[in-house]
Design a protein around this ligand. Structure first.
Ligand code: HEM
Length: 439
């Protein structure tokens, strides 16, 4: 059985590009080969077939979970998340973990975390110095990590915080080396040592008494084993902060450039519908996860191709969100587009879909709103450099290349600060972020 066409470069080179220039790799492959196209990446055990077609995406998300396995496509996460993590399980085991993890991140439980999110955001923003260029990614990581630590353990935990940073902050060259060589020595072994250090701390916390209402307390009541608890906690800590932090850094990077004064003014005025639209537009125009892969356990039909069992098929979030036939002016940052009604089905998929849809979607959306609300109350934003930032990979997420580098200016209403702001420059969209018509 043949696969859809794709770049002929060796897998090592495609992997390098996937890490160093992910967006340009996807756009070039789409422009050259049309869709679907195939990439060969070192950390998946088989070729990966990409589609951004809403009809095909719908079929993938609705497919029998015994035919398309998302857990098998995420096997590379196992060294950190553990073999019992919802991320790497499939079938009945996956659904069991999912039922345990969903409730603490939804409904009433979610509403309880709103104040925590707002106070962590305010504590962080109170330390920002007006007029000083600030790499917001680092600060948003602090906020998101602190929020998830308080949710998981019922309070902050500096020792654990440092261990998580060390285990997850894998620099790009190390990521590349790890994806190619998994030996007993070298970067992969060093990474495993960091994870083991984190494990020791997690087990220590699991064995302690924990406060009521924390995620750990809730999970403990389910009768899960220590090992299961360890994997659930590691998953929540990892999945629950890098993505939200990167999305927030993108929000600030965009707002510093594209009509952010008016946008933040509407947020400041309490326009909830608009705030919701702003968050949605950030997740559309700068999705921090590019793909939601599934491994075919049986031959799978995609856009007229019969893909053999064993290959990975993936809806491509990045390309779906910039289809010129679905989104008017797709690279423009225009929250209003979400006020005019819901987007076409399966054209907007920042949280994936089907039985694997992100467990933390509502939680992350709420957190982004609370941080933006707190920010709007204090600051106006200006870019710290002339051009917009490119999408660069940092571990798994695609983050702003200069770390979301902005200058926060205090508002006139804040005592002791001037309100004379430089005019907001026009946004100069980078050539490599321009859309192409889908093939
Ligand atoms: C803006 C922030 C976030 C984004 C963009 C995001 C995005 C995603 C995406 C694209 C997936 C894969 C879905 C699929 O394969 O169809 C996913 C899965 C997941 N996310 Fe998130 N996520 C975010 C925040 C969070 C948070 C705060 C948590 C909290 C625990 C979380 C927990 C998870 C889990 C556990 C899964 C696996 C679900 C499963 O396999 O059943 N995420 N997320």
């Amino acid at each position: 059985m043949q696969l859809p066409p794709g770049p002929r470069e060796p897998s090592a080179l495609q992997t390098y590009e996937w890490i160093a220039r992910p967006t340009s790799l996807m756009r070039r492959a789409q422009a050259r080969f049309g869709e679907p196209f195939t990439l060969r990446l070192a950390w998946s055990d088989a070729p990966m077939v990409f589609t951004s077609d809403p009809g095909e995406i719908k079929r993938v998300y609705a497919a029998d979970p015994d035919v398309l396995h998302a857990g098998a496509s995420s096997a590379f996460l196992e060294p950190f998340a553990g073999p019992r993590s919802i991320l790497v399980l499939d079938g009945a085991d996956h659904m069991r973990e999912r039922k345990l993890m969903l409730p603490p991140f939804h409904g009433e439980a979610l509403a309880r975390w709103r104040d925590t999110m707002a106070s962590v955001a305010n504590e962080e923003l109170a330390r920002w110095q007006p007029g000083r260029p600030t790499r917001t990614l680092e600060h948003m990581q602090s906020v998101a990590l602190e929020v998830i630590l308080r949710v998981v353990f019922g309070g902050g935990d500096p020792q654990l915080r440092e261990a998580i940073r060390r285990a997850l902050g894998v620099p790009m060259p190390m990521l590349l080396a790890m994806s190619l060589w998994r030996g007993d020595r070298g970067p992969y072994a060093a990474y495993l040592r960091r994870v083991r250090r984190l494990d020791a701390l997690l087990y220590e916390r699991i064995d302690r008494d924990v406060g009521d209402g924390s995620l750990l307390a809730v999970l403990k009541q389910t009768g899960a084993s220590r090992e299961q608890l360890r994997d659930q906690l590691a998953t929540a800590l990892a999945a629950g902060h890098e993505t939200t932090a990167a999305s927030l850094a993108w929000a600030l990077e965009r707002l510093a450039r594209v009509g952010g004064d008016d946008i933040l003014a509407r947020v400041r005025d309490g326009d909830e519908a608009y705030l919701d639209a702003v968050v949605k537009e950030v997740l559309r125009v700068r999705p921090v996860l590019a793909i939601t892969p599934r491994k075919a356990r049986r031959p799978y039909e995609l856009a007229g191709w019969t893909l053999p069992a064993g290959v990975h098929v993936t809806p491509c979030i990045y390309l779906a969100h910039r289809r010129a036939d679905v989104w008017g002016d797709p690279t423009a940052f225009r929250p209003e587009r979400f006020l005019d009604g819901a987007p076409a089905p399966y054209s907007y998929i920042p949280f994936g879909g089907g039985v694997r849809r992100c467990v933390g979607a509502a939680f992350a959306t709420l957190e982004m709103k609370e941080v933006l609300r707190a920010l709007a109350a204090r600051f106006a934003l200006r870019p710290a450099a002339r051009n917009g930032e490119r999408m660069r990979r940092r571990s798994i997420t695609m983050t702003p290349s200069r770390g979301g580098y902005v200058v926060p200016h205090a508002l006139a209403s804040a005592p002791g600060h001037a309100d004379v702001l430089p005019p907001q420059p026009p946004d100069r969209e980078l050539p490599d972020l321009q859309p192409r018509a889908p093939g």
